[in-house]
Design a protein around this ligand. Structure first.
Ligand code: UDP
Length: 267
């Protein structure tokens, strides 16, 4: 009983200290020194899983994600195949050691939801109609996390799909934007996501057409705040997209197209 009271007191104290926190100071700097429209550092490496058709590894601040793509391949069980298009099966998982409290390895509601919305995003990007009766399997594992993992996962997976040579209308790139302490900020970390007035909006788009393929929202924003958040998100996504392209170029810059005997170009 006494411990429960102590815990309640501690949590009240913590939320009070969060209320008093200055999420953006007078110099325009956030708790970790970033400006309001700055993402955490991003590093992408292509081709990290030798047996996969395409793969990528990404570090986004503390977030670490690995993605592997298999397919298009036979869709099993067969009754799940679609004679008009490929089935995109996206699996998002967090490793048990990727969060402060051990994560239950069994997929929970959150993993299933993220996998579903991410599959739908890829169905917009991939020319699925070119591969009837097949499946494209995208597996993403989060190895370390500090908020923003669904977008980090989607960004990595898009690079892995491109690495697999699967034709896409466009790349998928994203960022989470939102609000903490009354400020509209880009790429919230866990501390900012836990602010008393926090709003978290993961957004992913096809960067060339700017079509939104994933948008979720926790909390409420005014219309004016949403317009500001959207503008900041789109600007940040352009930078994420550039890094995706650079990572792919890094792998393929030394590959030269050599003509084969049948006249077609071969790698
Ligand atoms: N998180 C956690 N345990 C869980 C799920 C999430 O500790 O079971 C942490 C993890 O660091 C994650 C953050 O909470 O990045 C925010 O989770 P959210 O559901 O908002 O998704 P995300 O921002 O990662 O896309």
């Amino acid at each position: 009983m006494a411990t429960k009271k102590k815990e309640e007191k501690e949590s009240k104290k913590e939320s009070k200290s969060k209320e008093n926190l200055e999420y953006v100071n007078k110099q325009g700097k956030r708790l970790d020194g970033r400006t309001v429209d700055e993402t955490r550092p991003i590093k992408i490496k292509v081709g990290v899983v030798p047996n996969a058709d395409g793969s990528a590894y990404l570090e986004w601040g503390q977030n670490k994600v690995i993605a592997a793509v298999y397919g298009p391949r036979e869709c099993l069980p067969k009754h799940t195949a679609n004679p008009y298009k490929a089935m995109v099966r996206y699996t998002y998982r967090m490793a048990t050691f990727s969060v402060p409290d051990r994560k239950n390895p069994r997929p929970g509601r959150r993993d299933v939801e993220i996998s579903k919305v991410s599959s739908e995003a890829f169905e917009r990007a991939i020319f699925t109609e070119k591969f009837p009766n097949t499946a494209i399997d995208i597996y993403v594992e989060v190895l370390d996390s500090n908020a923003g993992t669904r977008i980090a996962a989607l960004t990595t997976a898009a690079v892995a799909v491109a690495d697999a040579g699967i034709p896409m209308r466009d790349m998928i790139a994203g960022v989470a934007v939102g609000k903490a302490g009354g400020n509209i900020i880009v790429d919230l970390n866990k501390y900012e996501e836990d602010a008393p007035d926090a709003v978290d909006i993961p957004i992913a788009i096809l960067p060339n057409s700017e079509e939104i393929v994933l948008l979720q929202m926790d909390g409420l924003l005014s219309k004016k705040e949403w317009v500001e958040a959207r503008t900041k998100a789109f600007a940040a996504i352009k930078k994420v997209h550039e890094l995706q392209k650079q990572a792919l170029l890094e792998k393929y810059k030394n590959f030269e197209s050599t003509p084969s005997n049948d006249g077609s170009d071969k790698q």
